[in-house]
Write a protein that binds this ligand. Sequence first.
Ligand code: ATP
Ligand code: MG
Length: 399
Amino acid sequence: MAGLPWGGILLSLLGTLAIWLTTYDAALSGAILLVWICSLLLRRRDPPPAPEPPARGTLGPEQTRELIEPLSQPYLMMEKGRITIANRAARDVLGPHIVGQDARVAVRHPEAIRLLDSKGGGSATIKGLSGPRSIWNVSVRPVDDARTTIELVNRTAEADISRAHTDFVANASHELRTPLSSIIGYVETMLEADVDDGRPMEPATRHRFLEIVAKEAKRLQALVEDLMSLSRVEAGKHDLPPTVLDLRELTEHVVSGVTSLHGKDRVFLDVDPRPMPVRGDTQQLDQLTRNLIDNAMKYGSKTEPVHVSVKHSDASYELTVTDKGEGIAPEHLPHLTRRFYRTDPGRSRAAGGTGLGLAIVKHIVERHRGRMDIASELGVGTTITIRLPRHVDEEAKGA
Ligand code: ATP
Ligand code: MG
């Protein structure tokens, strides 16, 4: 009962009633009612034909081309050994000429050719497909007897990251091992001297050895602290600092700490008296300023002061640290912010440096959505400029 078309039946009854009222012909009205109701019931029993399921393999070349063209991953279609379709991403990687070309000529790589020749398809990681350092994952899948799809996935960036991780662990281990070996060496020498001839070691020699042990242990401590700092900054890299601070006040505070330790004539500060609100992490910006001043004092001239300035510039505040020192050769400039990179490793280590100072600075600047520029001239000196975006108080702006 529930499935009957009650709405239609009601309309038929009303229509028939109207005809009977105008004609008073019961036979005609009855016949019309019968035809209406039968037509309603028959239509219900005869559902509209279900749409035909799309037949397999009916996607024509044009449709396939349209479908794969906008995909960001390179996709190709090979038919009887020739490339018939290649989307934009594939043409960018292998060249625009590949469509219509023999697939083996198009990929020009022995491993990829072996994969194309294999009957059942498969996938392989292939080096040097689009450049000497490139790494691609190539997947070949037969669609039918004649056609085969080829998918390329770029793995170069992943490989670079994994290589950078391996390099970092290797460098960090090396940096940690050096002071540790030194500590173990000196302590063992002192122990052996006591055991060998039963006579205690010369107090002066023992004292010198202990000084070395203390220095190396401090280096180890600095290294571990810098590694922890770096990983903390990296972990929070995507979170904008929650607090607003005054860059001018922070710089004044850091410089006063440095001058109280090294003397007033070692660092000169030039500040713009206007407030400089930035969204920043006090501890990190403190560390950034200290690292730059520390470098300027370490690698700059011992007789010339370091100049620090903070001022307003277009849409940012600018912190600069300038030293008159030996400067940095241009070939080193692009690498200075790499972890453990030093222009003179022996000298940096002797000065207790870890080679992580500028890497930490770079990550702090990135977290604060700022910019860092290094300008240096051999024999003249170095200027490092940090630009941090101004903090605009949204409430004050709206008022
Ligand atoms: P740490 O910062 O842990 O003490 P570090 O100073 O050696 O170690 P970075 O601060 O990262 O490490 O500096 C990397 C290298 O850049 C330094 O070893 C040095 O060779 C060079 N460098 C940095 N600042 C200057 C500068 N102002 N003048 C000349 N060379 C510099
Ligand atoms: Mg440094």
